[in-house]
Design a protein around this ligand. Sequence first.
Ligand code: XMP
Length: 326
Amino acid sequence: MENNKRPESMERISTEALAKSFIDEQIAAVKKQVGDKKVLLALSGGVDSSVVAALLIKAIGKNLVCVHVNHGLLRKGEPEQVVEVFRNQMDANLVYVDAVDRFLDKLKGVAEPEMKRKIIGAEFIRVFEEEARKLDGIEFLAQGTIYPDILESGPVKAHHNVGGLPEDLKFELVEPLKFLFKDEVRVVGKTLGLPDGMVYRQPFPGPGLGVRCLGAITRDRLECVRESDAILREEFMKNGLEGKVWQYFTVVPDFKSVGVKAGKRSFEYPVILRAVNTVDAMTATVEDIPFPLLEHITDRITKEVKGVNRVLYDLTPKPCGTIEWE
Ligand code: XMP
């Protein structure tokens, strides 16, 4: 029976010194567990999988095989950042899989939110499984499971990233962060030298921008979501709101409205701004974005994002609105 209870004697990792000794302990533990065998990791670029990757690169170097699946639903610049940080800077053994067309083809015409989620999840497992089968002799699977995943999953074993792999792919799990809370994971990540943009990033749903491009996903609207989200994030960073607001993003619905652009009638999509604060995501309040900043963001989005002629600000707390729109 696997031990899934955080040891009572374990000190809260709040400083670099504590993180350093945690990292040393985990490096020794991982080396002992896997020896000179190879370990596979699905590296999304999110906080948890990135910290696991950085830790295991220190422990076993090229024997860690990171697989980054670009499903086309990531934020602007994210796949590039994964390649830059892990392949170029940390010299990781990184397999980059461009699965954009594959995911978007599967999602074509699917409007029902839960069906979209199911397709994205199932396709992710299929792509990852195919990559795993190409790599011979891998016995270990690293996962970015953290303590809240274990607490929330009760007696069922936590599968943070790639639960659902077929039975014949029997991997032994390597879960070095499984007793850490999120704030501790961030201290460890910072100590391992990961960039702030990776360590302190806001929560991002597994299905990514797929649930923010409402209804049946189309490539043009998906680009509207990605580009408007990038502008919102840039403006939040410039105005000191990054790190202060819990989650902020844009949503693009699947209808158009009439506007005027350069003296001509336009018929284009609206972009909805969402910015919320919460402790546990069960309830949330709306961030009071200063009006001049809202005006500036609106101006930039309507000028810079192709196919958009209107910007709306969602003032709904949770309840009764959820944080995401789908
Ligand atoms: P809601 O919309 O339910 O969101 O108020 C609460 C938090 O959960 C995130 N979220 C998801 N995360 N897969 C995820 O990994 C999902 O399908 C999903 N749906 C919502 C959401 O971004 C928010 O932080």
